[in-house]
Design a protein around this ligand. Structure first.
Ligand code: CP
Length: 312
């Protein structure tokens, strides 16, 4: 299987078949993590540049591990220490890096659309690792994989996404993926954190946590995106935590076998209590583990490496 486009810029561009094929390919790579020597030669001779111009722990590390487990040469570049600090533009930086012959450039940037500009001007494949408040496609893919692990299906599930929907690329990518596959999505949060006309994406809106998560199969909690806020959207964090923080008492509104997700980083005691984040319904660390397999699959499928043969 090959992806239709040379780049992965958003969930929007993927068909349901492509989403499910990426997850299936990721499952075939999961076994590599259980080996004593966690490495396969699949991308030997390929070069991946991770261009992270915004902070990241999970995405950056998992793209690096994914590339290395596939035997690609992986180079990491962050804004600090790069020539961007001397005034070079993102596009000039990327064109100069491309002159060194990478196969894939992974880009995280605070500006929505930054990876799209690179994709338009570069021959290398570009993967969006999170652009501003726009999209975070590999997060949504690993989230779909995790939901399938626990619920065996996505179609028909009731999913609540809670928190700062307006500034969250994770929310946007997940809404698009969930709706494509046929889940029923409710977004929950204060008015200041719900984008205008979000209903056009096919979701319901609730401003009350307990009714918004009533009878849900899956709850995705989001942190407040302080780095993307102009004005403070809420009087105090304490007030926000009281109304929208998920604790054991509020969790009783959801189904008994509810699955709790969070893309991280978690602000314990704000959007989620430690008893919930570390409790029996939480799959937060499974999401992180699946992130490596999903990024291996995406690197492999975009690398142009002999799509007809087995992946290992
Ligand atoms: N989920 C996520 O994107 O986390 P990082 O910002 O740590 O990469």
């Amino acid at each position: 299987m090959q992806l239709k486009n040379k780049d992965l810029l958003g969930i929007e561009q993927l068909s349901i078949d492509e989403i499910l094929s990426i997850i299936e390919t990721a499952r075939s790579f999961q076994e590599v993590a259980t080996r004593t020597v966690k490495k396969v030669p699949t991308l030997r001779g390929k070069t991946v540049i991770n261009l992270f111009f915004e902070s990241s722990t999970r995405t950056r590390t998992s793209f690096e591990i994914a590339g290395k487990r596939l035997s690609a040469d992986v180079i990491n570049i962050s804004q600090s220490g790069s020539a961007v600090e001397k005034g070079e533009s993102l596009l000039d930086t990327a064109k100069n890096l491309e002159a060194m012959g990478p196969d894939i450039i992974v880009c995280r940037h605070k500006a929505s659309g930054a990876p799209h500009i690179l994709a338009k001007h570069l021959k290398s494949s570009v993967i969006n690792a999170g652009d501003g408040a726009h999209e975070h496609p590999t997060q949504a893919l690993l989230d779909m994989m995790t939901i399938l692990d626990y619920k065996k299906k996505i179609e028909g599930l009731k999913v609540a996404i809670v928190g700062d929907i307006a500034h969250s690329r994770v929310a946007r990518s997940n809404i698009i993926a969930l709706k494509k596959i046929g889940a029923k999505v409710t977004v929950v949060g204060p008015c200041s954190m719900i984008p205008k006309e979000v209903e056009k994406l096919g979701v319901k809106v609730s401003h009350d946590l307990c009714s918004g998560i009533e009878n849900t199969d899956v709850i995705m909690m989001l942190r407040i995106q302080k780095e993307r806020l102009g004005l403070t959207p809420f009087p105090t964090l304490r007030e926000y935590a009281r109304l929208y923080g998920l604790n054991l008492a509020k969790l009783k509104s959801a189904k008994k076998d509810v699955t709790i997700m969070h893309p991280g980083p978690v602000n314990r005691g704000v959007e989620i209590d430690p008893e919930v984040a570390d409790g029996p319904y939480s799959v937060i660390l499974d999401q992180v583990a699946n992130g490596v397999a999903i990024r291996m699959a995406v690197l492999y499928l975009l690398s142009g490496e002999n799509p007809g043969r087995g992946v290992l």
